[in-house]
Design a protein around this ligand. Sequence first.
Ligand code: DGL
Length: 268
Amino acid sequence: MAKPIGIFDSGLGGLTVTRAVREALPSEDLVYLGDTARVPYGTRSARTVVRYALGCAERLMSFDIKLLVVACNTVSGVALEALEQKLSIPVIGVISPGASAGVQATRSGRIGILATAGTVASGAYERAIHRENEAIQVFARPAPLFVPLAEEGWVTGEVPSLATERYLQPLVDADVDTIVLGCTHYPLLSETIHDVARDLLGHDVVIVDSAKATASALTSLLETQPAEPSGTGSLRVLVTDLPGQFAAVASRFLGAPLEGFDIKAIDL
Ligand code: DGL
């Protein structure tokens, strides 16, 4: 029988990564865990995020997963090593793939990162970029309001554009030519971020979606693994709380209606 791939996030935002994985690998079976009872992770201490992450991973291991995708940038920034040490299966985070895609895209050698406060404070994107090219200058900036805006589905128009202008100013001052979206939620605002950045910079800018970059890194990783029977493209969704707006928010991130998927509330 095909073993599933486990994917987890602090909440529902990681469904953007799940969406990219489903598009790249349509026959893989997926088990997604969203820690909706304890979201957000982006404002918490590294110690707490590591503890939460180990709990989520342990629960996913009970589904006999063959590989773990850490969809949350904050967890990838502070807990990847702890997860790799604890688990006997391959673990892939979103930061290295996003960082590599940024390095490939930049021409000027100045890359901007938008992420949660936790991810920015971890310095994980800078480290990942400098592992590939030390000469690249990295300008990381937290954009916390993008999380509620994306959840609200408020991704274009006056309010998101105004928030984007404020958040982008330091990246515009640094004259970046590439911006990595280092948070699960930000791909929903990608068009607004692109257009506002281009207008403020006066030249075009490449927007790197770390969800898509992770899906291609996962595809390459699977090619190096021993062949396994292929799955049926199923998706099981586990959440630690079922908030009122669950279905609307989840389908916004997944880019598809939730009908037909197996959705379960669990306790960790
Ligand atoms: N999933 C988080 C991330 O990608 C964003 C939401 C949160 O703060 O938990 O960093």
